[in-house]
Design a protein around this ligand. Structure first.
Ligand SMILES: [Zn+2]
Length: 462
């Protein structure tokens, strides 16, 4: 190879791997960046669109996996969503930085990143609200102030108040009996939500996501479910009440992993607010209906938290590098959290994979289901658990499992088809998944402390 060719190739390569500069990216620029990363790392990435915004902009996702486009059984799916509020720009830029970082470090054979990409399928959506972003960015460029300019989509709707409200059902079910997992969508849900929300709902229904974070701005705190308080507005004041999920300890840990790996979130004092450990239950901060976080938990297998990442919703360009350095380790550690608890295959006696089998953990009133390939993932803190797998037409199988702090424990189930004669006469009709969950014991929330603190003064919704 001649020296000239070598120099040319070197320059070309250098140009291709030139880092994402620390600046804000308009839509066209964002799309170019996603394809740039894909071109740099074609074997571990895929760009796809989940639909379009009101104004027709694509909602792009960049996927990282050793087999992009393919679900490998026992390899968990995890997602990041940024810029749901169009004026909250930091998450969008951090996710572009993260994409570039994963690609570069994989190419550099960084063992931690290679392992992460090989063991995990990572979906990164830098902007859920590209229309709102353009409005916010234009206002920034004209130096027009306005705390909420560009927050909503092009129809003026706040996308984080636009998901079907499933909390009402589970709060009712908790008192009166009934499931708090995999609640069905209302029949007419599509007519009730915005195009961006509809696209996201179809997206999260089509992958068996296990873990997720939704990146916002306007505060610095890791916020975990539930977002919607059990209490209601009383005489003009919004009451807040810590409203934990059955997975409260796990959610607190997930939030703490982020806050403590973050440069300053864990310190607690940020943007004039104080949050111990840099985390908060959503409802105990302020109650929010129809949010994406609660919807993930109540409708799917996905555990989602909401990350508030900057006091300034649209940080100056000069602050982006510091923000990236403050968030980089946290963004990686959070992804690694998907590898804990238990996972495994659910099969029948002939080794056929069983989709939609229900995995229940004794003492935690929130089930997960196996995906289309028969694999399931159940995030759990270290401890010993009694775990039961059930599927319609099969006998349940129960095992005792001890979960350690590191690797997820592999627990496979092989279910035996139940014989019709064996069915007891008092058996609930159609006691498959639906029948079983309806018949399941209702765990009273004795431990819930109905704190009725008054809401702290808010600078504005984050
Ligand atoms: Zn927000």
């Amino acid at each position: 190879m001649s020296d000239l060719v070598s120099i040319f190739l070197h320059l070309l390569l250098f140009k291709l791997v030139a880092p994402v500069t620390f600046r804000h990216h308009h839509y066209d620029d964002l799309v170019r960046m996603l394809y740039k990363v894909h071109n740099e790392c074609p074997h571990i990435t895929r760009v796809y669109s989940i639909g379009r915004s009101v104004k027709g902009r694509h909602l792009y996702v960049l996927e990282f996996s050793d087999y992009p486009g393919i679900h490998e059984p026992l390899e968990p799916e995890v997602k990041y969503v940024g810029n749901m509020h169009g004026n909250e720009a930091l998450g969008r830029e951090l996710l572009l930085q993260l994409s570039e970082f994963l690609c570069e470090e994989f190419r550099n054979r960084n063992p931690r990143i290679v392992r992460l990409v090989e063991d995990t399928r990572i979906h990164v959506m830098p902007s859920m609200n590209p229309d709102g972003y353009e409005v916010a960015a234009a206002a920034q460029e004209r130096d027009v102030s306005g705390y909420l300019v560009g927050r909503n989509n092009a129809n003026g709707v706040d996308l984080n108040r636009n998901f079907p409200d499933l909390n009402t059902y589970i709060y009712y079910n908790e008192k009166n009996g009934g499931p708090n997992h995999h609640l069905p969508l209302p029949d007419n849900w599509k007519s009730q939500v915005e195009p961006e929300t509809q696209a996201v709902i179809q997206w999260i229904r089509s992958f068996n996501f296990v873990l997720s974070a939704n990146l916002h701005g306007g505060a610095v705190v890791a916020n975990y479910p539930y977002d919607k308080s059990l209490e209601h507005r009383v005489r003009g004041f919004r009451r807040t009440a810590n409203t934990p999920t059955p997975d409260d300890k796990l959610f607190q840990k997930l939030a703490k992993v982020y806050s403590y790996a973050h440069g300053w979130m864990h310190q607690g004092w940020n943007c004039g607010d104080y949050f111990p450990d840099g985390i908060t239950n959503g409802a105990s901060w302020y109650s929010l209906s129809k949010g994406m976080q609660d919807f993930n938990y109540l409708h799917t297998n996905c555990f989602e938290i909401t990350l508030e990442l900057s006091c300034d919703k649209f940080p100056l360009q000069g602050e982006l590098q510091r923000e990236w350095l403050g968030n980089r380790e946290a963004l990686i550690q959070f992804l690694e959290q998907v590898h804990q608890g238990i996972k495994g295959m659910v099969r029948d006696e002939n080794y056929n994979n069983l989709a939609d089998a229900v995995i229940s953990v004794s003492g935690i009133n929130h089930d997960v289901t196996s995906g289309a390939h028969g694999d399931y993932f159940r995030l759990l803190l270290p401890g010993t658990y009694t775990v039961t797998a059930t599927a319609p037409g099969f006998d349940p199988e129960t095992v005792s499992v001890t979960v350690g702090p590191a690797e997820p424990k592999l627990v496979d189930f092989q279910l035996k088809r139940s014989t019709p004669q064996a069915a007891p006469k008092r058996r609930i009709p159609n006691s498959g998944h639906r029948g079983r969950v309806l018949a399941e014991k209702v765990q009273p929330r004795a431990a819930r402390k109905k704190e009725t603190m008054m809401k702290q003064p808010q600078r504005g919704p984050a």
